[in-house]
Design a protein around this ligand. Structure first.
Ligand SMILES: O=C[C@H](O)COP(=O)(O)O
Length: 248
């Protein structure tokens, strides 16, 4: 099966209503063929973007709660996000892991809940610089993957995209080389073969994130096991479209 190239923008805690309006205009009508594009916006802007963003692109949230509803001040459920037009949610981002102390198990619970409600998941994993330098990259990524492999069902994988994001490359301008990205992506695919199934391994998109920009995206995107990108800073610019078309 061919894996459709996938490009996600992660706006993080950036933007405004005026920014959303201008991005909707900027992106409208620009060709992005043979690629699935998803924009991860702050939750308050999801309803506007779901209504107004070009219809061949989807909107993602950047987090959701692991339970259905209740006394959890400030939290948002998967159902609420779906209700206002999100189709995807980004889970397990390193900023959620590091700053908000989200554990592998919590992220797995969130992933399970989101999928059970019909929200698709961009699941993020990746190592810290000291973990890479200690030769622990694969061990860390496998540990992060283990949690969701043990929590979701094999059928769920058709609604999951894995984003490999080495933490040392996020927002630093230090992009992984195409070879470094390919090496870890291939290991993730092997891991899926061994721990889930041959079919899930062959069909799951594994995308790269970490200082991707219009200049470096084409080279990374050429690698066999790189099926797209999760883009932070560069998704806030009109040239995000260039990254969407990296393999065009
Ligand atoms: O989710 C996106 C990643 O954190 C990458 O961010 P960046 O492109 O600004 O390095």
């Amino acid at each position: 099966m061919t894996r459709t190239f996938f490009v996600g923008g992660n706006w993080k805690m950036n933007g405004s209503q005026a920014f959303c309006e201008s991005m909707v205009q900027t992106f409208s009508g620009q060709a992005t063929d043979n690629v699935e594009v998803v924009v991860g916006a702050p939750s308050v802007y999801i309803p506007y973007l779901a209504q107004n963003l070009r219809k061949d692109w989807a909107v993602a949230a950047q987090n959701c709660h692991q339970l259905d509803s209740g006394a959890y001040t400030g939290e948002l459920s998967a159902e609420m996000l779906l209700d206002v037009g999100a189709k995807w949610v980004i889970l397990g981002h390193s900023e959620r892991r590091a700053i908000f102390k989200e554990s592998d198990e919590l992220i797995a619970q969130k992933t399970k809940k989101a999928l059970s409600k019909g929200l698709k998941v961009v699941f993020c994993c990746g190592e810290l610089l000291e973990e890479r330098e200690a030769g622990q990259t694969q061990q860390v990524v496998n540990r992060q993957l283990n949690a969701i492999v043990q929590t979701i069902s094999p059928e769920d994988w058709q609604n999951v995209v894995i984003a490999y994001e080495p933490v040392w490359a996020i927002g630093t301008g230090k992009v992984a080389t195409p070879e470094q990205a390919q090496e870890v992506h291939a290991e993730i695919r092997n891991y899926l073969t061994t721990n889930v199934s041959e079919a899930v391994s062959a069909n799951t998109r594994i995308i790269y994130g970490g200082s991707v920009n219009p200049e470096n995206c084409a080279e990374i995107g050429k690698k066999t096991d790189v099926d797209g990108f999760l883009v932070g800073g560069a998704s806030l610019k009109p040239s995000f479209v260039t990254i969407c078309n990296a393999t065009a």
